[in-house]
Design a protein around this ligand. Structure first.
Ligand SMILES: [Zn+2]
Length: 713
């Protein structure tokens, strides 16, 4: 027990000595109600409030919960019964509550109790719990189920959880997911039963992340931000901005003596985030300053992240004493609009500053699928579709016409692919509208003769046995198949893996599976009875390289984003009549927008998912693919002689961050994916939680709302 109450040395006698002056009241906080004899002593002033007492207890017990989520109970003088301390007035003082010195207190959680019903103090309700043990620490995406009795103790749970990873629990804590927070139970909670802690079936349990995850080798900048009540939209924006290296550099270099409270607080926030000292911090001081300037954000209601980003950058801009600031320098570009009078052909040109590009997606009519070729290559492709296309077979036809005109429909199989595994095969008559975006894959089948059959080749990580890329379809002989029948196809795949990574052939091991699921090493001359599949294992060090190099193949030209940009900059007819200044006629006109040089250092793109009209606030959930590297704006530039000299600088952009929005506008949640400048990996920032993404492919989701690109040099 390493809790260190500051009045450990105060004995009972000292109260009597100091009756006339303010004195500390010693209270005892139980770790577990099962054993009221195990407690910590804490000291409170009689004038302290109940809320302060609860906050202190939460700190001492290391319970990561706001004070309104638990209440206090007190053991009666006879030591028989726990009584609830009235919580209705949290500003009541210790004195008013008449808490005796040396009272024994315990806590209980609100959220597990049905209103109007009190949970029994000592439950004999022994039942089986099915818990979800996270495969990766503090990451609920993958888990295994395991059974525990509700009367098992935290200590037993801890031992079993660590044992599941072949680890001895050396008093490391165990974590429980409560809504979005991981609650830590240290070994001093070992005597508590799961029942006492109200742990229920389906609860997520995690072991402690390995030490090396938090040592000095880890890059800095991986610091979560506490949610101060529906402030995930702000956290998402701060994490996006925090991963723009040039912006950080300029903010950290800011030394003006002028009154700039927001820049000062933002600078402190960036310093803390990049100090490497904190796993997460609270941005409350910065928020207070923002709220002073923009009272609408003081309500702690869910807000639009893009609007907030714009407001926040404007506040920073306003605190500088000059017109040209780091904000105009990095974030501002210019759009030139030319309106052409169709009567006299006169062109009226206007320039407008922009700090972001709002791209409408309401007319978006593409479907993006993962295309996996038989030779090992795979990439996302966008398929243009019209409203009459609903079935997989028609989508395949569109795909073939637009991308692979040499193949036929029979050579493409449609699958649901999740985490690089085939989950479902779709038939041509299946509708694709309900297939989740990003999970539809077209697999190319090799040509097949009548005595041949198709099998899958899977690609797995040698150490984890998890697939690291989508499977491929191979063709083999239906009977008496030998390795020789497959060797050309396998050699091609090994060639693909090794050429993408420069790995030696020894980095891959080959196995074959029979139809009973048995796995055997694949050797040169083997006969392969009942062959049902091939497995290629690769060492983890090469897989990381493979993932990175393979993502460069994602084409930026046929991304959905490129098509939205083309739409945005396309010449269009103006609605209604246009009054021409030259010929003074009321006439028709066409308008075209272009980007001016110099292009902004930071390009912020808003995918306009929210549509507001009188009747509804709708969100468009379309999956919009976008390139991670090399988004080129060259074709949208003003084509003008005066601009040509200035065009030495790059027109290409690399993605550094994405603000994601899940759910609807009222009850939604924001997170950020951002690329860490130090190790080049992508991380998820979800309020307090920061974790590395398994694959760059995870960045492309239908939740992408704000894309932050930085110009390449
Ligand atoms: Zn005119």
């Amino acid at each position: 027990m390493d809790l260190t109450p500051y009045n450990n040395s105060v004995s009972n006698d000292s109260y009597n000595l100091r009756q006339s002056t303010p004195y500390l009241i010693t209270l005892n906080v139980c770790i577990t109600k099962r054993n009221p004899n195990v407690y910590n002593r804490i000291g409170m002033w009689p004038s302290s409030t109940l809320a302060q007492l609860k906050a202190l207890i939460a700190t001492y017990l290391r319970i990561d919960l706001p004070v309104n989520r638990f209440f206090l109970e007190i053991l009666d003088e006879n030591g028989y019964q726990w009584k609830i301390i009235d919580d209705s007035n949290s500003s009541a003082t210790i004195n008013q509550l008449q808490l005796r010195p040396e009272s024994i207190l315990s806590i209980e959680y609100y959220d597990k109790i049905i209103p109007g019903h009190q949970r029994p103090l000592y439950s004999n309700n022994n039942h089986e719990l099915m818990l979800k043990l996270c495969q990766k620490p503090l990451d609920k995406t993958e888990y295994t189920l395991f059974k525990m009795s509700s009367l098992s103790t935290v200590g037993e749970l801890r031992k079993q959880a660590y044992a599941a990873f072949n680890k001895l629990s050396k008093n490391q804590p165990i974590y429980l997911l409560n809504e979005d927070n991981w609650i830590k139970f240290a070994s001093d909670m070992d005597d508590c039963t799961l029942d006492e802690l109200s742990i229920q079936s389906s609860a997520f349990i995690s072991i402690e992340p390995a030490e090396e995850n938090f040592d000095s080798k880890l890059p800095t900048g991986l610091c979560g931000l506490g949610n101060l009540g529906s402030t995930c939209f702000m956290n998402s924006v701060f994490q996006c901005l925090s991963n723009i290296p040039e912006f950080n550099k300029r903010i950290l270099a800011f030394t003006d003596e002028v009154n700039a409270p927001i820049i000062d607080e933002y600078k402190k926030l960036i310093q803390k985030i990049w100090s490497g000292k904190y796993r997460y911090i609270d941005p409350s001081l910065l928020l207070n300053n923002i709220n002073d300037n923009l009272p609408r954000y003081a309500s702690y209601r869910q807000q639009d992240a893009q609007e907030f980003m714009n407001h926040f950058l404007h506040l920073i801009h306003a605190e500088f004493s000059t017109k040209d600031t780091v904000i105009t320098d990095l974030f501002y570009g210019q759009i030139q609009s030319s309106v052409r009078c169709l009567a006299c052909q006169h062109i009226e040109i206007t320039n407008e500053s922009i700090s972001f590009l709002p791209l409408p997606i309401s007319n978006y009519n593409q479907k993006t699928v993962l295309y996996v070729k038989a030779n090992g290559e795979h990439r996302l492709v966008s398929i243009q579709i019209d409203a009459s296309i609903h079935r997989i077979g028609n989508l395949i036809d569109c795909f073939l016409r637009q991308h692979e005109s040499t193949l036929t429909r029979e050579r493409i199989r449609a699958f649901e692919v999740v985490s690089n595994q085939n989950k479902n095969q779709y038939e041509n008559y299946d509708s694709f509208s309900r297939i989740r975006d990003g999970e539809l894959a077209f697999l190319e089948c090799p040509e097949k003769a009548s005595h041949q059959k198709y099998i899958f080749c899977k690609f797995v990580d040698h150490s984890t046995n998890q697939p690291f890329r989508p499977p491929i379809i191979l063709v083999c002989s239906s009977q008496e198949c030998h390795y020789i029948h497959l060797s050309d196809q396998i050699d091609q795949l090994l060639g693909h893996l090794c050429s993408m990574t420069n790995a030696p052939p020894s980095a891959c091991q080959l196995y074959w599976m029979d139809r009973h699921g048995n796995r055997y090493k694949l050797n040169g001359n083997d006969e392969l009875p009942n062959l049902s599949g091939i497995v290629i294992e690769m060492d983890a060090e090469w897989i990381d390289i493979y993932r990175v190099s393979n993502n460069i193949n994602y084409s930026s030209d046929n991304s959905a984003l490129a098509s939205l940009l083309s739409d945005f900059f396309r010449e269009e007819s103006l609605d209604g009549d246009y009054h021409c200044l030259k010929c003074q006629k009321s006439t028709k006109a066409r308008k075209k927008s272009n980007l001016c040089l110099p292009l902004p250092h930071v390009l912020i793109i808003q995918l306009k998912r929210f549509t507001y009209d009188i009747y509804s606030n709708n969100k468009i959930d379309a999956y919009i693919s976008f390139p991670l590297y090399g988004l080129d704006l060259n074709e949208y530039l003003v084509k003008d002689k005066s601009h040509e000299n200035a065009s030495n600088s790059s027109t290409k952009y690399d993605l550094v961050a994405v603000s994601n929005h899940m759910g609807d506008l009222i009850s939604g949640h924001y997170t950020t994916y951002a690329k860490n400048i130090q190790d080049g990996n992508w991380y998820l920032f979800d309020d307090k939680i920061v974790r590395k993404l398994n694959s760059d492919n995870d960045i492309l989701t239908k939740n992408a709302y704000i894309l932050v690109y930085v110009r390449t040099t």
